[in-house]
Design a protein around this ligand. Structure first.
Ligand code: GRG
Length: 316
């Protein structure tokens, strides 16, 4: 089947935020360039591993997480040049999670972003090493890469935040809950807990890493960003569950119906499709309400409002 998929697609939020589509595109292009500069060159050894790393990262994802880093930084007045390192680090963790998630031992997928998954294009051992290497590179970039505040206490905080979001209390733990849930019945609270960890934690940390790059940010603004990020992270995964039921494979670049095929409990399968849409809307409203505190402090909430609109209205 011919899959049409590209890194930069028009944002469905464009109607409410006419300036957002070009802004999003600029962030997507920017992070593509910054990622490419930080990945090992194919010409250096081990060349096949480096090729597989570049294949897996530079493969046309939406770059939601880097865009959230830039959107948060813009909202609180930071230049993009101080956010590039965090934007790249979180995208590398995301890319590693996709490569490992696609392996036969986990979701066993053949297609990712409209192309063969890493283990299909290369082999399983290479895909494992790609994930391992990307994870290490993410933390290396936070420790000593360019495009971040130079203050070592800020860098340590970024490492701490990303490690917690990626580990057993975040993404990896959520993945364990997800794998353990196959074929089982979960309560809605259990599904939400799984989603908050597996996907929400990495979305949340994008916002909190940008906030950590501004160490003098007032506490009440950091709390508002935290609330925005939690609501957005959960809404993003429930929307992803909905796209797996209602989405168009040619638009999303991977097979739909995978959750059902894997007998995985999801928000729509446990609560129903309409309640899942309602929960996404409720979380979206909560995220937007949290942003009122930024406006009251004279900060710019518009980029984060547009991001939230995009993530809940997206069709891919
Ligand atoms: C921690 C070892 C380990 C494994 C992976 C979270 C996870 C654990 C794997 C990701 C699998 C998955 C499909 C999770 C749902 C989160 C999600 C919506 C992923 C896709 O993110 P997008 O839509 O993808 O941002 P693109 O391709 O646009 O980057």
């Amino acid at each position: 089947m011919a899959v049409q998929f590209s890194a930069v697609q028009p944002s469905p939020a464009a109607g409410r935020h006419p300036d957002f589509a070009p802004q999003l595109k600029q962030w997507q292009v920017r992070v593509e360039r910054e990622l490419s500069a930080r990945l090992p060159a194919v010409e250096t050894q081990p060349s096949r591993l480096h090729e597989a790393i570049r294949y897996s990262v530079l493969s046309g994802g939406k770059r939601v997480r880097p865009a959230l880093v830039y959107a948060t930084g813009t909202a609180i007045g930071l230049p993009e040049s101080m956010l590039d390192g965090a934007a790249c680090a979180v995208e590398l963790i995301h890319a590693y999670s996709l490569v490992h998630d696609d392996l036969p031992a986990m979701d066993d997928d053949d297609l990712r972003r409209g192309r063969p998954t890493c283990h299909k294009a290369y082999d399983e051992a290479t895909a494992i090493l790609v994930g391992d290497s990307l994870q290490c590179l993410a933390f290396e970039l936070l420790a000593e890469g360019p495009g971040l505040p130079t203050d070592s206490s800020v860098r340590l905080e970024l490492v701490r935040l990303l490690a917690i979001a990626s580990g057993t209390s975040g993404m990896a733990g959520g993945q364990a809950l997800d794998l353990a849930a196959i074929g089982r019945k979960l309560s809605l609270a259990e599904v939400e807990e799984m989603h908050v960890r597996k996907t929400g934690a990495l979305i949340h940390v994008c916002v909190m890493m940008a906030a950590a790059c501004a160490p003098h940010l007032p506490d009440h603004i950091a709390r508002a960003l935290d609330e925005y990020a939690r609501a957005t992270g959960l809404a993003f995964q429930i929307q992803d569950d909905l796209l797996d039921v209602e989405g168009d494979v040619a638009v999303i670049g991977k097979a739909t119906g995978a959750d059902r095929a894997h007998d995985k409990p999801t928000y729509p399968s446990v609560a129903g499709i309409e309640p899942a849409h309602e929960r996404v809307q409720e979380l979206h409203t909560r995220a937007l309400s949290a942003l009122a505190k930024l406006d009251a402090a004279g900060l710019q909430s518009a980029p984060l409002a547009a991001m939230s609109d995009w993530l809940v209205l997206r069709k891919y």
